[in-house]
Design a protein around this ligand. Structure first.
Ligand SMILES: Nc1ncnc2c1ncn2[C@@H]1O[C@H](COP(=O)(O)OP(=O)(O)OP(=O)(O)O)[C@@H](O)[C@H]1O
Ligand SMILES: [Zn+2]
Length: 652
């Protein structure tokens, strides 16, 4: 039992929790039961049915209500004497500025995306408030402590890039089910139901147009004289039949691979009644677009069943038809969403038919949804363990027990009979552009790239700034803010459309730009280097940001640099475990959010499409990672020798 004196720093502490989801619910409960009396909590979300299995402060009747507010009410029921202040808001909102952060003794993150984590990290640095950061993915989890000037900040280690697949694997030579899912989701689904202006590398030429001298017709366009059934069958035959035959013509490709088999709807659905077993669900007629389901229409009930090729073909045609008849308003704007039942049905069916063609085992809708949505099912126990560890570290921070601070990793399999691995925190990375003053370098074609490209791709996406201000010497090139004069707004808008070298204060090779985020109170300098050409596949942004290298470790010398993680907006608490330079990465990935109108290159096609969030365990744990199935989950095994190595890499 702790003495009154020991409890004093806890009782007097004012803490900020960010996120009231899986970790957040556990954390709020544990804080309240540990003696904390002044807790502020920010969460921007409302409660969803899918949260109820693990976010135990919420009940069915709370669905649709603010997570932060309901969590507060639930905890006050068993700890009525404490103060909990909820904010149903985005932590990136301007009200949560440096002054707001300064009122807290410690900030505790229970977030699920890189964007928000980076933002909180910067505010904690600017306000000089310690941050306890956390993340879980299935059985894996981690808690890290970040104190300005004493330990690494959250961004000291660059986050790994999302897992990507070579374009040709996706379009021509899939060998795993995940390749078929990526094809179905990022190419076929996007082509049929998404923004027509997006880049898409599906073969759009049919046999008719290939033979004709006229310019190729896009086979994915519905013809005027075609009913929806005919259209669906034509798409089916094109993507699973004709395109495979075309691919088979390239003999070289198949010398070392199994040849795929073209599949035509007439061969699969021949003589089969349209609705199987007579169990068509006639009651499925509904006007509610969100509940439209091909499975319901076809009487397929169990999402864990693996459908036959005939069933997959039926679901493919039915879901395509339903999109064009019941969800016609959405067509043209759709982005795959794991919570969109009809989209998941279509993608499952399309991926399975393609898998069947390439001799790859088919999967159930449940499994396909998990792969397409990058879902690693959350484990409530991991969240509870991690929340407990956050509170332990928070208490050490409040008691100023600097030497006792630990970053702790929750493993899937015990190592030396231990499931939890504590590691002393690292010192700050001297080349971190966030917590040190090291300038970054940007290679860019200053005579073609516009200021807008620089702002979108570098300042917002790579550097994660929300309210940027860009200066060249004393000349202001760009600024965002509510209180700007009209002529300044017009001036900055005009600057955005100018190429760098033609700005009022020209930006060319050798220019040093200062970029500042007024809300995050974060400044960094970027050394501009002019470069004429970029490799479209390897450098799709047409610019390369560098200078942010990994810190030295005592034993290994320089760590190799990995690329920056991308910023995102909405996310889900999902994860993959990836190999990177022989080290383990625990990565929280996010559901695709493709900004409307944004064009994506095929080179960027990935399971999680465009964003990754990492809690960089990479520098701590050597690994043997056994990839299971489609690479979404991996078993971590750490042997004794490796454990010794970890111990040696401690903060000096
Ligand atoms: N920028 C942000 N501002 C405030 N809260 C945020 C922000 N980003 C994420 N969050 C919150 O962090 C919490 C993370 O919780 P969790 O990882 O359990 O995700 P979830 O959305 O509840 O569940 P799932 O994604 O698995 O359906 C969510 O409640 C989410 O609303
Ligand atoms: Zn740093």
């Amino acid at each position: 039992m702790a003495s009154d004196q020991e409890l004093e720093p806890i009782k007097n502490a004012k803490v900020l929790m960010v996120g009231a989801g899986g970790i957040g619910c556990e954390l709020l409960k544990t804080l309240a039961l540990s003696g904390f009396t002044d807790i502020h909590i920010i969460d921007m979300d409302t409660i969803e049915v899918s949260n109820l299995n693990r976010q135990f402060l919420f009940r069915q009747s709370h669905v649709g209500q603010s997570k932060a507010k309901v969590a507060r009410d639930a905890v006050l029921r068993f700890r009525p004497q404490i103060n909990i202040t909820p904010y149903h808001a985005n932590v990136k909102d301007p009200e949560f500025n440096v002054d707001f952060f300064k009122q807290f003794n410690v900030v505790l993150n229970g977030l699920d995306n890189l964007d928000a984590r980076r933002h909180v990290n910067r505010l904690c640095l600017a306000a000089d408030v310690p941050l306890v950061e956390s993340g879980t993915t299935g059985f894996l989890g981690q808690v890290t402590v970040h104190i300005k000037g004493q330990t690494e900040c959250y961004e000291c280690q660059p986050k790994p890039a999302p897992k990507t697949y070579p374009v040709c694997t996706i379009t021509s030579t899939p060998s795993k089910f995940v390749h078929c899912i990526v094809w179905a989701k990022d190419l076929l689904f996007a082509k049929l139901f998404g923004d027509k202006n997006q880049d898409n590398d599906l073969n759009v030429r049919s046999s008719d147009s290939a033979n004709s001298s006229e310019s190729a017709e896009d086979v994915f366009e519905r013809r005027k004289d075609e009913d929806i059934e005919q259209y669906g069958q034509r798409i089916y035959d094109h993507v699973f039949g004709y395109n495979i035959e075309v691919a088979l013509g390239n003999e070289e490709t198949w010398k070392s691979r199994n040849r795929p088999k073209p599949i035509y709807s007439r061969d699969i659905l021949l003589d089969k009644p349209f609705h199987q077993n007579g169990n068509l669900n006639k009651d499925s007629e509904t006007d509610d677009a969100s509940s439209v389901s091909a499975m319901v229409c076809l009487g397929l009930k169990n999402p864990q069943d693996i459908w036959s090729l005939v069933e997959n073909s039926r679901v493919f045609l039915e879901s395509l038809k339903l999109f064009f008849t019941k969800r016609a308003k959405d067509v043209g704007n759709l982005i795959f969403d794991k919570d969109d039942q009809l989209a998941v049905e279509f993608v499952t069916a399309a991926a399975n038919i393609r898998a069947s063609s390439f001799g790859i085992p088919m999967h159930s809708l449940f499994e396909a949804k998990g792969i397409a949505g990058n879902i690693v099912h959350a484990v409530a126990t991991t969240n509870a363990i991690i929340a407990g560890l956050i509170v332990i570290e928070a208490i050490k921070v409040l008691r100023n027990e600097r030497n006792k601070l630990r970053m702790t990793y929750c493993l899937e399999h015990p190592s030396r009979k231990m499931l939890l691995m504590p590691v002393e925190p690292f010192e700050p990375n001297k080349s971190c552009y966030v917590c040190s003053e090291t300038p970054l370098s940007l290679e860019i074609n200053t005579s073609c790239s516009k200021l807008r490209d620089f702002v979108e791709k570098i300042v917002r996406n790579k550097l994660g700034m929300n309210f940027p201000l860009i200066m060249h010497g004393s000349a202001l090139l760009y600024e965002v803010g509510d209180d700007l004069e009209d002529d300044m707004v017009a001036n900055y808008a005009a600057n955005l459309e100018k190429v760098l070298a033609e700005l009022p204060s020209p930006v060319t090779g050798g220019t040093m730009l200062t970029v500042e985020d007024l809300q995050q109170e974060f400044t960094c300098c970027i050394n501009i280097m002019h470069r004429e050409e970029f490799d479209e596949e390897k450098e799709p942004d047409g610019m390369v940001l560098s200078g942010w290298i990994q810190a030295r470790t005592a034993e290994n010398g320089e760590r190799s640099a990995v690329t920056n993680g991308e910023s995102t907006s909405k996310s889900s608490n999902t994860a993959v475990l990836e190999e990177e330079n022989d080290e383990i990465e625990i990565i929280t990935t996010e559901v695709s959010v493709i900004p409307s109108g944004a064009k994506r290159k095929l080179a960027e096609i990935s399971v999680d499409s465009n964003s990754v969030n990492s809690l960089a365990a990479s520098d701590l744990v050597s690994k043997k990672s056994l990839d299971h199935g489609d690479g979404n989950n991996a078993v971590v095994m750490i042997d004794d020798e490796e454990l010794e190595g970890i111990k040696k890499k401690r903060l000096r």
